[in-house]
Each structure stands twice: as structure tokens, then as C-alpha cells.
Write a protein that binds this ligand. Structure first.
Ligand SMILES: Cc1cc2nc3c(=O)[nH]c(=O)nc-3n(C[C@H](O)[C@H](O)[C@H](O)COP(=O)(O)O)c2cc1C
Length: 194
């Protein structure tokens, strides 16, 4: 049987919102940013910067400005002892003047999440963030747009994918297992005609 590590990680990857408190090494965090750096970029302009937060005290501050799992709030947020070990703040260097920033971020963050998954590290890509507060706290210059935050750490939960049954809302069962509905392949693919 051939091994398909990338495809297998794509199938297995789920958003993780509960983390073991084992620190993530600088070596691994650098590897994740390297994976982002090498992602495709419109016009190859490469407008993105990555601010890595692995200092525990700074992480506590950043945690205040991100919002978790809207469909299952407040249960879905990490509790004490489940907090992310690190964060990557994705920044758009506006003077670079890319017209494809959102696409570039998508490709870069997916690279981060897949490279992390191979290290047994889970991620939550977060767009529901208080950009003004994050800018103020970390003194991020106005030339940089704060796009999103990737929260990460060694996995302490194992969410499961399930077939879409009329709702896209992820949910927690009695055991606290997160279920994530995904549309069926036959519902999203069109072969040769609409
Ligand atoms: C652009 C983007 C922004 C997201 N923002 C948040 C967020 O602010 N908070 C959160 O808890 N999850 C966030 N998520 C995670 C989604 O809820 C998650 O990807 C979705 O439920 C599907 O689960 P899966 O990643 O396991 O496939 C975001 C995902 C994407 C792609």
C-alpha cells in the first residue's frame, strides 16, 4: 500500500481547541513558519509576516482577545490546563500591496496546520479576534494588517468528522467529543457539467 502522508493529514486534521500544556519547541515553531513562508502567493509578492508568541505571559494576554467555537460557547473554549502553548499572528505587510492577501493567508495557514498535524500539534485558525486590542498590546505598526491568529499546541482532544445531516454546526456529545459535519463529496462535486 502506498503511503500518502499529506492526504492522510488532510483527512485527519481537525480544528483543536484543547491542548496539553507541553511546550512547543522553537525548532517546531520555526518549521511551521517555514511551511507558511513556502506557500503559494499571488504574483509571488509574499505579503505575509508571522509573529510567533511562545512566551506564556504574552499568550495569556493574547488569549483574552480571541473567541472560541461560537456554536458551542462557552463550553468549547479551552479551560485552565487546556490553553494553547503558542500562537502565530498572521500579518499582512500592507506596503507590499498584494491583491491576493486572503488567498495567500489561506494557503499559508493550511500549510501551518498540516505541518503541525504531522508533529501531533493541533491548531485553531482564528478570525474572531479583537484586532485593535492585539495591535495595542503587541505594538504592531499600522503598516501591518492583523489578519488572523493560529492558536496551537499538542492535542488534548480528538474531534471526529461526521456526515452533514442538515446543519453545519459542530457539536459536543455527552463525552465531550466534538463532532464536525462536512458536506458529502457527491454534494460538492460536478463532473463535466453543472
Ligand atoms: C478563516 C477561519 C476563521 C476561523 N475562526 C475561528 C475562530 O475565530 N474561533 C474558533 O474557535 N474557530 C475558528 N475557525 C475554525 C472553524 O470553526 C473550523 O475550521 C470549522 O468548524 C471546521 O472544523 P475543522 O477545521 O475541524 O474542519 C475558523 C476557521 C477558518 C477557516
Amino acid at each position: 500500500m502506498p503511503d500518502y502522508p499529506v492526504y492522510n493529514s488532510i483527512l485527519a486534521r481537525r480544528t483543536i481547541r484543547k491542548f496539553s500544556q507541553k511546550p512547543v519547541s522553537k525548532e517546531i515553531l520555526s518549521k511551521l513558519v517555514n511551511a507558511a513562508r513556502l506557500a503559494p502567493s499571488g504574483g509571488n509578492r509574499q505579503p505575509l509576516d508571522y509573529m510567533v508568541i511562545d512566551d506564556a505571559a504574552l499568550g495569556v494576554e493574547l488569549f483574552k482577545h480571541v473567541r472560541w467555537a461560537g456554536y458551542i460557547a462557552p463550553k468549547g473554549a479551552p479551560k485552565s490546563g487546556e490553553m494553547p502553548a503558542a500562537y502565530i499572528i498572521v500579518l499582512d505587510d500592507k506596503p507590499v500591496k498584494s491583491t491576493t492577501v486572503a488567498y495567500d493567508v489561506g494557503a499559508a495557514v493550511q500549510n501551518i496546520m498540516l505541518a503541525a498535524w504531522e508533529e501531533n500539534i493541533g491548531c485553531c485558525w482564528m478570525g474572531a479576534i479583537d484586532r485593535a486590542k492585539i495591535r495595542e498590546f503587541f505594538r504592531i505598526p499600522m503598516d501591518f494588517e492583523i489578519d488572523s491568529v493560529v492558536s496551537l499546541g499538542y492535542k488534548a482532544e480528538a474531534p471526529v468528522v461526521e456526515e452533514y445531516k442538515g446543519s453545519v454546526k459542530y457539536w459536543l456529545d455527552e463525552e465531550g467529543v466534538l463532532h464536525v459535519p462536512k458536506l458529502k463529496l457527491e454534494d460538492v462535486v460536478r463532473w463535466n457539467k453543472f
